[in-house]
Design a protein around this ligand. Structure first.
Ligand code: CA
Length: 534
């Protein structure tokens, strides 16, 4: 090779390098300017204790490696709370960015249907050029609005079933899935929508929502053998006697006394009518301390019910973990990962034996707190952990804010985007709660309350007048109600702050008025699929 050749070879390589470099710069620039897609994943009743990113003992034995990928690549949020810990109301608050009494959907039972004419965050995205879809559990009665595509569970009162789930597509066509488990069906439908159904010229917002792991915890057969060779440890408060907590002592959601035969996957005797068979399966709901055989009694019976319950629950969670993994894989394999915000959460928390319970509804930590993992390729550093206080009414304004769209002023929630941008001053100092449903299911007394960084104050007001106060620093399990012994000044300050929140959110009606909300029966006009087909 002569000198000239050297020069030309050098020039060509340099030119190539320069052009490659500028190409990368242009690509990066384009990537940065591209609108962000959003996948909002929500399970039903998935306790943070059962997400291994949160590190609980239970989750170490039943890890969720795929869900954890979102936390590893983004953030784990440790203080995210719902305003009303029950399925429909939490979903309505998430969609509207408003508290239950404002969006109107404050009870599951006799609480009517969601008013789909009001403003929701999917509508905001749709109006701003996004392709929008919801696939899976909806549970709000009325047909989803604000979506270019919807395929939602409608049987079993909108809960959907694990097997033979029925879906309604775009508010018109009813289909029954006969082969696949509900989680697998929803997973396949989402992948199909991402790959084949959406308009790829637009950014997208996808709500990917599971029925699992809601009661009655029926896992896919591929997970039946999972956890069969060991038992789960009992939580510290498993044998709580509810001393000092009158409302809790009247509950009907104890593992020992209120799990029914259906929950425990018992088979009714043959020859019973359908009605008698349903009754037989529901036996246990009213506190009957039933046993599957004559020898299993007392603590051993409670232990058996707990193991049966938690194993099926966690088998349902394993299905969700797989389904989350396949969508994350799809994003990575199709170059969408760097341009898509992914959220994983649940409509509320859940008891996995803490206080001896299953179910939710209380403002106690396990059901009040929601798991919340979020990956945002542009502003959230991988492996972030934050204890900034956030509420579910904040999800809508935050996602809108993260997409660079103006937040509608009527939303009561507050964007927490600033948490990831070093804006610590502008964060919530406290969160507000209000639960209304009574007495079914589970006889949880209506209550409202406030949580600050350290304390939680609750007022149970419906058929009693009881206050509870917890110091979460010294008593994180909320076993010791210190209301009667705490300094007056502390109680006064908390009551003042609670009053201010109630005023701010326009939930400051008198006790008589809020009791009346519980008593008000609003009939559901919701369409069951068999009615639709008639
Ligand atoms: Ca739920």
């Amino acid at each position: 090779m002569n000198f000239n050749n050297h020069i030309s070879a050098f020039s060509i390589s340099a030119l190539l390098l320069i052009s490659l470099f500028s190409c990368n710069l242009t690509d990066e620039k384009q990537q940065e300017n591209k609108p962000l897609n959003i996948i909002y994943i929500m399970a039903d009743d998935h306790a943070y204790q059962a997400v291994s990113a949160y590190g609980s003992e239970v989750s170490k034995l039943a890890p969720t490696p795929n869900i954890d990928r979102i936390a590893q690549q983004g953030a784990r949020m440790d203080a995210v709370y719902c305003t009303n810990s029950i399925c429909g109301p939490s979903r309505a608050s998430i969609l509207t960015g408003k508290f239950s009494h404002i969006n109107g959907f404050y009870k599951n039972v006799d609480g009517g249907d969601f008013n789909g004419e009001q403003l929701t965050f999917p509508k905001v995205f749709q109006k701003n050029g996004y392709e929008t879809a919801v696939i899976g559990k909806w549970h709000l009665g009325t047909t989803p609005t604000g979506f270019d595509y919807s395929k939602v569970l409608i049987n079993w009162g909108g809960q959907g079933t694990y097997f033979k789930p029925q879906f309604c597509i775009n508010g018109t066509d009813t289909v029954t899935e006969t082969k696949r488990h509900s989680t697998k069906t929803i997973e396949d439908d989402c992948l199909d929508w991402l790959a084949n159904k959406r308009d790829t010229t637009k950014p997208f917002l996808l709500l990917y929502q599971f029925k699992a792991p809601h009661r009655d915890w029926r896992p896919d057969s591929m997970y039946h053998d999972l956890f069969s060779d060991f038992d789960f440890p009992l939580p510290e408060t498993f044998n709580d006697d509810y001393e000092g907590r009158l409302a809790a002592s009247e509950n009907m959601m104890e593992i020992g006394r209120h799990l029914n035969r259906r929950d425990m996957k018992q088979t009714p005797p043959s020859g019973l009518s359908r009605r008698d068979s349903m009754r037989w399966l529901a036996y246990g709901d009213k506190g009957q301390y039933w046993s599957p055989n004559d020898t299993l009694k007392g603590d051993a019976l409670k232990y058996w019910k707990f193991q049966t319950y938690i194993k099926d629950y966690l088998r349902c969670v394993a299905g969700i973990d797989r389904a989350v993994g396949s969508v994350l894989d799809y994003l990575e394999e199709n170059g969408l990962s760097e341009n898509t915000i992914v959220v994983y959460t649940s409509d509320q928390g859940f008891y996995l034996g803490e206080h001896g319970w299953f179910d939710k509804r209380w403002m106690y930590e396990e059901s009040f707190k929601m798991p919340f993992l979020i990956k945002h390729p542009r502003i959230i550093e991988a492996g972030t952990k934050t204890d900034a206080m956030v509420m579910n009414v904040d999800f809508a304004p935050t996602l809108i804010d993260m997409a660079g769209i103006e937040i509608p002023t009527e939303m009561q929630g507050k964007s927490f985007k600033g948490v990831f941008e070093g804006d610590e001053k502008n964060q919530r100092q406290s969160v507000y709660y209000h639960y209304y449903e009574w007495p079914i299911w589970h006889k949880v007394q209506p209550h409202y309350g406030i949580k600050t960084n350290r304390y939680k104050l609750m007022h149970f007001y419906y058929s009693m007048d009881e206050w509870e106060l917890y110091d979460l620093e010294t008593d994180p399990n909320e076993m010791n109600n210190i209301y009667s012994e705490a300094p007056e000044e502390l109680i006064e300050n908390l009551k003042h702050e609670l009053h201010e929140l109630r005023k701010k959110y326009r939930d400051d009606g008198s006790i008589e008025e809020i009791r009346r909300m519980t008593d008000t029966v609003i009939r559901r006009v919701y369409n069951e699929p068999n009615k639709l087909m008639k």
